[in-house]
Design a binder for this molecule. Sequence first.
Ligand code: CP3
Length: 359
Amino acid sequence: MNAPLQNDVFLRALKRQPIERTPVWMMRQAGRYLPEYRAVRERAGSFMNLCTTPEWACEVTLQPLARYRLDAAILFSDILTIPDAMGLGLEFVEGEGPQFRSPIMSPADVDRLGVPDPETALRYVPDAVRLIRRELDGRVPLIGFSGSPWTLATYMVEGRSSREFRKIKAMLYDAPEVLHRLLATLSKAVSVYLAAQIAAGVDAIMVFDTWGGILTPTQYQTFSLPYAEAALKGIGAPVDERVIPSILFTKGGGQWLSAMADTGYDALGLDWTTDIRAARSEVGDRVALQGNLDPQALYAPIPALKEEVLRIIDRFGHGSGHVFNLGHGVWPDVNPEHVGAMIEAVHEVSPLYHRVIPA
Ligand code: CP3
């Protein structure tokens, strides 16, 4: 059983319920910018060993919480665990990022794919969630996550990180029905994967659509958004009837916020290219917003960094519905002291924006 939460400001902000201050966490908060992460990573030998060994995944998940006043923990794992469990063979090559030994090369490859059972092929993920939940002991909520079907498809078809996305775009134009079959399988896989994380104890879920922004508006509405929506709808209600808020983050998705706000997610992640005030007026009271400090602001001198933090909080404005975060993951060479200054600045200035104004 999970201990009752001592700090639920993050969950309340996602539900746009009254809060005393703006919650803060950071994408990739457990990672290479922390020397203690690099030490455990070295002992583990590889990134995948870290992910697949619940004790190590738990240790690195908790590391940033020991340093900073964060309002959420995020499961340490990766979005590419699903394609790995589908048999594509994930490898992380030093300095090159992720690569698949058997990427999707043909329609037959798509038709061979099954939906992995999260309690067998991906057992290490719910195991890590259960362990982290126990070790967290109710200090802050735990976020579970998945890649969006579209973003997973890009890696599975390209076989690795890509700049040009030639192969997936070729599939999109030449064989859209094959791509639709791949995305349908992936949305089922994402649903059961997220359901397993919820059953194991995560308090909120986030879907990373890192590459939605490379699509045209029509393509986004055809190949990305409906499958992210289907993945959410396919999760079903948790057996213990908890309310599990959900966040959809499309990098480069700033022009499609209104459509995203109608999919059933409770909150939208914003990258740093979107003005959070304009975003708020566009989505109204349909969803909460998460973001959106420029990750490069962490390289700025601390006074300039604090000014940027204040600017974002001020542009969101008064009231609930904002979770402070970066607009994308923290870079590995950021100074951890600057991360601390960012988090403290949110604690310092945000209470002003949640005072009840007398009528
Ligand atoms: O946010 C967190 O702290 C939780 C952990 C997390 C990781 N990856 C750990 C990680 C999460 C949520 C992810 C998601 C992820 N993984 C995404 C979507 C989010 C985004 O950044 O847009 C994507 C596209 C991936 C795929 C992936 N994993 C890439 C492209 C890379 C290589 C990046 C690099 O800089 O080398 C990874 C590896 C990875 N995932 C690392 C971490 C901490 C670095 C691995 C290492 O320690 O060497």
